[in-house]
Ligand binder design. Structure first.
Ligand SMILES: Nc1nc2c(c(=O)[nH]1)N[C@H]1C(S)=C(S)[C@@H](COP(=O)(O)O)O[C@H]1N2
Ligand SMILES: [Mo]
Length: 448
């Protein structure tokens, strides 16, 4: 199915402590589990309101009972701890603004296509996070000298026999004064979708490190080798030809985000009156600041430096804008290119990787100046196919049709996905496997 743009209902805690239903316009990538993308117009506010902040969840959102909730700190520590939220609030308060971006943001743009949620620009947001420093909690527990990394587990439980979502970060990042255990987002307690009551804030690092619904912190002297560390969230150590396969052993964990910019206005396909036009957008660069954003209005021949907006924070995104005098009537491709304080810049050509992580290719927006030349008529959107009963039984027990139909995969890719789901407990009869794959391929085959 095509992603639907729906009014998503969110529970927003008000100051009075009551809950109110509020609607926010989001792109729904999956209803169950919750995977919601912020539309492009979300980049119009420097702080992303919580109800417009993207949601990425591998499993169903757990309901945590605060009265019974405790954070355990264990492993290679002198003194294991068990902390209530009130006890945690006794540590010095820490607060910062940071971008949170999913490693898979932009996955939809990779060619050949890659399995997984087909995020475009908006599995990213910029919020104010409040809590305590992870380092203070680790010092209280007294981590041992041989400590190497810190493992986080949350209250969410896997679906079927899929592996648990458990993530580790190396000790230096864990001890960094900006790495937080946050209980507030934008001045309010975390909402259930964003990790109530406590989540990791790992500024500058991809979202998978920001574990939600945190219950256990384990200090380790050895690398954790669970699925979400050893297999998922890895990036090839050297550049690859598009579509090439690579052994996970030749991949390194995704850590820091890379410099990236988005053009927020004009939007792709817009018709502009002749005359001056403001081009504007947002840019961010993980653990580094943005040193410049350059903009081209002529397919990348000439670049001008954009003005940076006044709102800034070490890990926050930065607005930028520039005036373009506008061209003669015709069709133009606008581009933006961010460079960070470490000198790294966005590539013009995508660098493909097997899981479609860290997309940061220079964005392109095509606009028409003057009287619009009618663009080619869009193909009508085909009605969604009705799923055969074997496929409904096998897949829809755990997730919606949207999670399947959003993907456009090749035969080997669908085979891998179906076999992975079978391993993770999807009820597929042996004789039904091939038919399911044929159905998926005929309706959700690769994009041309
Ligand atoms: N416990 C737990 N934490 C999690 C996840 C999860 O599935 N379970 N998803 C991670 C991923 S991949 C991302 S991108 C971020 C998304 O955070 P958000 O939903 O608050 O935007 O949460 C991370 N933390
Ligand atoms: Mo993610």
């Amino acid at each position: 199915m095509l992603p639907s743009r729906r009014r998503v209902l969110h529970l927003v805690p008000l100051a009075a402590g009551i809950l109110r239903l509020r609607a926010a316009d989001m792109i729904v990538r999956s209803v169950r589990p919750e995977d919601f993308e912020m539309p492009l117009d979300g980049f119009n506010t420097w702080i992303t309101p919580t109800e417009r902040f993207f949601v990425r969840t591998h499993v169903y959102t757990p309901k945590v009972d605060l009265a019974r909730w405790q954070l355990r700190v264990e492993g290679k520590v002198a003194q294991p701890l068990s902390l209530s939220l009130a006890a945690l609030r006794e540590f010095p308060r820490a607060e910062l603004v940071s971008v949170l971006e999913c490693a898979g943001n932009g996955r939809a743009f990779y060619r050949p296509t890659v399995a997984g949620l087909q995020w475009e620009y908006g599995s990213v947001g910029n919020a104010r996070w409040t809590g305590v420093r992870l380092a203070d909690v680790l010092k209280k527990a007294g981590y041992q000298e041989n400590a190497r990394e810190v493992l986080f587990n949350g209250a969410d439980v896997p679906i079927g026999t899929m592996p648990d979502f458990v993530r580790a970060i190396p000790l230096p990042k864990a001890m960094h004064p900006d790495t937080l255990l946050a209980f507030e987002m934008n001045g309010q307690p975390l909402t259930p979708s964003h990790g109530f009551p406590l989540r990791v804030v790992a500024p500058g690092w991809a979202g998978d490190n920001w574990v939600k619904w945190l219950t256990t912190i384990e200090v380790r002297d050895q690398e954790f080798d669970g699925f979400f560390m050893k297999t998922a969230y890895r990036y090839p150590a050297r550049t690859l030809a598009p579509g090439a396969s690579v052994d996970p052993a030749d991949m390194t964990p995704v850590h820091s985000l890379r410099p990236k910019s988005v053009i927020v206005s004009p939007i792709d396909g817009e018709t502009l009156a002749p005359g001056a036009v403001k081009i504007r957008g947002a840019a961010w660069a993980g653990e580094y600041g943005i040193s410049s954003v350059e903009v081209s209005a002529d397919s990348g021949r000439n670049w001008r430096t954009a003005r940076m907006g006044p709102d800034r924070a070490k890990y926050g995104w930065r607005f930028w804008e520039t005036e373009w005098s506008g061209g003669r009537a015709g069709s133009y491709v606008l581009m933006s290119r961010a460079t960070d304080d470490a000198g790294e810049t966005q590539p013009l050509i995508e660098e493909w990787n097997p899981s479609g992580y860290l997309w940061n290719t220079v964005p392109q927006v095509r606009v028409e100046v003057g009287t619009a030349v009618a663009p080619p008529r869009a193909e009508p959107i085909p009605a969604p196919p009705s799923f055969p009963p074997q496929l409904k039984d096998a897949c829809l027990g755990c997730h919606g049709e949207d999670m399947i139909g959003g993907q456009k995969l090749t035969r080997p890719q669908w085979e891998r996905e179906v076999d992975k789901m079978i391993r993770w407990g999807a009820p597929v009869k042996r004789e039904d496997r091939d038919g399911i794959i044929e159905f998926l391929l005929s309706h959700f085959g690769p994009r041309r």
